[in-house]
Design a protein around this ligand. Structure first.
Ligand SMILES: [Zn+2]
Length: 436
């Protein structure tokens, strides 16, 4: 039996992952089969909750009892057994969701789904890359006669069903720890040296520490019950984090199987195919040097045979902006990121510099071939003239030299603190993809 819940996060405190721990506690008469799942969905949709993550728990053992009823009884009792269990499960899930979410608030639109089999993966694929409509979800839920409940605008049903349909192709894990209730909302004191030690000793973890900004990245800034979360490849290694990070003692912890750090949201769309709220990789040549606007956001344009697009490195991407500022016209790059609307802009998550153009700068004006004096420029690209004897020279007569570029070809990524949950860190990219 799968139970999926979405959209119970709230600004002043709740977090859907905590609700997973409460669900597991509520169903202690069942066995927890498989890691609970934390499934992140399209980070670009404007109505997302913080983090846009839904949870799924897989419970079993209770199933056997039902089958027993079926074996000894007649069909009617089997039906009654299942419908009674269905109703009982529904009420228990409802109780937990209503206790731990602001289900009656206008700000959140929670939803939960209970199912015995996974819905088709297409729901996940669409929800992580694009937009799934509520109608598609309701049609499926009703056709399959699943137990579900949506609150408010019922948007949580979309996330719940989509998360339920996730079968991992790539996957990571996150160990999440939670604070005692009286600590919720209080400032978290996570010893920085412990996070650095964890980052250095647990080799299969990632995104623990932002070395550029010199700050830990395991604890959230919101007032939610999470104390810290450690992301990695190996659930057993993750548990060692509990012995490394000191300070406040968590009340409980749990390890989720998740699609974080997989790049599942990124598509390979052409400039003609891209649309707002999707994410894609786009290859093109830099059209001109970047512009930095007020607030420190950096923009530049790239173009290819299909068209052109503005790309952005926003202020929170910090030092990554210096990479962008050093690009020059003609550099060939592959940009990965989400597409924003009005105007259409690619919000860069990572970038591969495929080819750096030679950077040539003028050293001096040409010397006059007649009298040997230094010639004067007649304007941009207009050539030179000798003020002494009026001899003219072409623009390319000037002395030029090739300058060392401050960039190298290869990958660059935004810093840990500006990274999206779904973005695959370069450390993972290198470990898993040896092709490039
Ligand atoms: Zn001259």
């Amino acid at each position: 039996m799968f139970i999926a819940v979405d959209d119970t996060d709230s600004r002043d405190g709740m977090c859907t992952t905590f609700l997973a721990t409460e669900l597991i506690a509520e169903f202690e008469d069942y066995d927890l089969l498989d890691h609970p799942r934390l499934v992140r969905l399209n980070p670009n949709v404007p109505w997302k909750t913080r983090g846009n993550g839904a949870i799924v728990v897989t419970l079993g053992k209770g199933e056997k009892k039902e089958r027993k009823i079926g074996e000894i009884g007649e069909e009617v009792s089997l039906f009654e057994g299942i419908s009674k269990r269905k109703e009982d499960t529904f009420q228990r899930v409802k109780k937990v969701v209503e206790e731990w979410s602001e289900f009656d608030s206008e700000k959140t639109n929670p939803g939960f789904v209970i199912a015995d089999k996974r819905p088709p993966r297409r729901f996940y694929e669409k929800a992580v890359r694009d937009v799934v409509e509520l109608d598609e979800v309701l049609d499926y839920l009703d056709k399959e006669e699943l137990s579900y409940k949506g609150y408010g605008e019922k948007r949580g049903l979309i996330g719940a069903l989509s998360a339920l349909s996730w079968t991992p192709e790539d996957r990571t894990y996150e160990l999440l720890t939670y604070r005692r209730k009286e600590k919720w909302g209080e400032h978290r004191r996570i010893p920085e040296e412990d996070v650095i030690e964890l980052d250095q000793t647990l080799k299969k973890t990632f995104d623990n520490y932002d070395h550029e900004e010199k700050k830990q990245a395991v604890a959230p800034n919101s007032p939610c019950p999470v104390l810290y979360g450690v992301r990695g490849e190996d659930p057993e290694e993750l548990e060692k984090a509990l012995n490394i990070i000191g300070g406040e003692v968590p009340e409980r912890w749990i390890t989720f199987l998740t699609n974080q750090g997989t790049d599942d949201h990124i598509q390979d769309l052409s400039l003609e195919e891209i649309k707002p709220w999707t994410s894609s990789k786009i290859t093109g040549k830099v059209r001109s040097e970047s512009d930095t606007i007020e607030g420190g956001h950096v923009f530049f344009e790239i173009e290819n045979k299909k068209g052109k697009i503005t790309a952005a490195a926003y202020e929170p991407t910090k030092g990554f902006r210096n990479v962008v500022k050093n690009l020059i016209q003609g550099d060939k790059v592959e940009l990965w990121g989400g597409i924003r609307k009005d105007p259409i802009t690619l919000n860069i998550e990572k970038m591969k510099i495929l080819q750096l153009k030679n950077k040539i700068v003028k050293v001096s004006n040409p010397k006059c071939p007649e009298c040997g004096r230094s010639m004067s420029s007649m304007g941009t690209d207009a050539g030179y003239r000798c003020k002494n004897c009026r001899t003219k020279a072409d623009e390319d007569e000037a002395k030029r030299k090739k300058v060392e570029r401050e960039l190298n070809e290869g990958w660059y990524e935004t810093p840990v603190s500006a990274r999206r949950h779904l973005s695959k860190p370069l450390a993972r990219l290198r470990d898993n993809d040896h092709s490039g």
